[in-house]
Design a protein around this ligand. Structure first.
Ligand code: PMV
Length: 347
């Protein structure tokens, strides 16, 4: 492992080799041979309270900073993978067969190729998502986490969650946090291979903590988070201040979690999200995920806070807003945000 850290350019396949080294020594090539007729898994989506925005290695999805999220235990991706006796994959998403030439299919196949011997094994993927796809609701996080869990089931790897988190990250950065429920910190790590960049769950339960998904638009986002992130890192003058902001927010969030201090938790999350969007607005060409209704909902949150209601928001790479509040305010939230879906995150 020491040698690989000095390698000029570490490839995704090198990381896969490192993760499977000891299993390969035991099972040889059978590590990529199905051990049962179906691999199945569910992974929750996660909402970052301190965002991952910017990569230090684009290929390996290694982040510039650590980040911290909370999972939505009932919302995410359920995947079933069955080996096929034919020469191509079949991908079904929410009961509709996906065009093999689509970006979605290409991205999934490229990921699964990492775990096929000589690319000879094909699969039927049955994916059910109860969150909108590519609308800034972390569908890719839940998706890639569920795929790697289902592959672990199919190939009977029994890998530790930490290793699965590393592998999920290779599909989508934020997927590194979707292997657990509750609060998860994705530690940025410092190694070039990213073997120290994975999710770590926090052993805390906050029974009254709620998130509300405000349905602004379920349309696909205008620019992928992948591209938006790179454009921000490359062109935004404000991005320089982002790592410092994250370090500060992470320490505040951990303190808030430890003390169960709600305004500190949710206020820090809101400020973090707005700072992330400020880096995007200041990139060139500018990136704006705000829909007029996003802004209107933000103003409603701020107006309610003026009246003493403890309600905050966060927003990812899409127009939808996620409200953060405690269960005592559920009724008020429902009254002021018609159509909002309220989720108790520790149920
Ligand atoms: O993992 P990606 O490439 O979908 O990026 C996620 C980026 C944000 O959702 C905006 C932030 C985060 O930490 O989830």
């Amino acid at each position: 492992m020491k040698d690989i850290e000095k390698t000029q350019e570490i490839r995704i396949n090198d990381v896969v080799e490192i993760v499977f080294a000891s299993l390969f020594a035991k099972r040889g090539k059978t590590i990529f041979t199905p051990q049962k007729s179906e691999g199945k898994a569910f992974a929750p989506t996660n909402i970052a309270l301190c965002k991952y925005w910017g990569k230090r290695d684009v290929k390996l999805n290694l982040p510039v900073t650590s980040s911290l999220s909370v999972a939505l235990p009932t919302h995410g991706s359920t995947i079933s993978i069955t080996p096929l006796d034919r020469s191509s994959d079949v991908i079904v998403l929410n009961q509709i067969e996906i065009n093999p030439a689509s970006d979605f299919a290409k991205r999934l196949r490229a990921y699964v190729d990492l775990f096929r011997i000589a690319h000879q094994q094909f699969f039927h993927f049955d994916i059910a998502m109860n969150i909108p796809v590519a609308a800034g609701l972390a569908s890719s996080a839940a998706g890639f986490a569920a795929i790697i869990l289902a592959l672990d089931d199919l190939f009977a790897w029994q890998l530790p969650k930490q290793s699965l988190s590393i592998l999920a990250r290779l599909g989508s950065g934020s997927a590194a946090r979707s292997l657990w429920n509750g609060f998860v910190e994705w530690q940025s790590g410092a190694l070039a291979s990213g073997m120290d960049s994975y999710g770590v769950p926090l052993d805390v339960v906050w029974p009254h903590l709620c998130l509300g998904i405000v349905p602004i638009s379920h349309d696909e986002k205008p620019i992928s988070s992948r591209r938006a992130m790179q454009q921000t890192v490359d062109t935004s003058a404000l991005y320089q201040s982002w790592p410092q902001k994250v370090a500060h927010d992470l320490s505040l969030l951990k303190m808030a979690i430890e003390k169960k201090h709600f305004p500190l938790l949710a206020g820090t999350a809101e400020s973090n999200a707005l700072n992330m969007h400020a880096t995007m607005l200041s990139s060139w060409p500018p990136i704006c995920y705000f829909h007029p209704n996003t802004i209107a909902a933000m103003h409603r949150v701020w107006a309610l806070r003026q009246t003493g209601v403890e309600i905050y928001f966060t927003q990812d790479a899409g127009p939808n807003l996620k409200l953060i509040f405690e269960s005592e305010n559920t009724q008020i939230v429902k009254e002021h945000f018609p159509g909002v879906e309220c989720i108790r995150v520790f149920d």
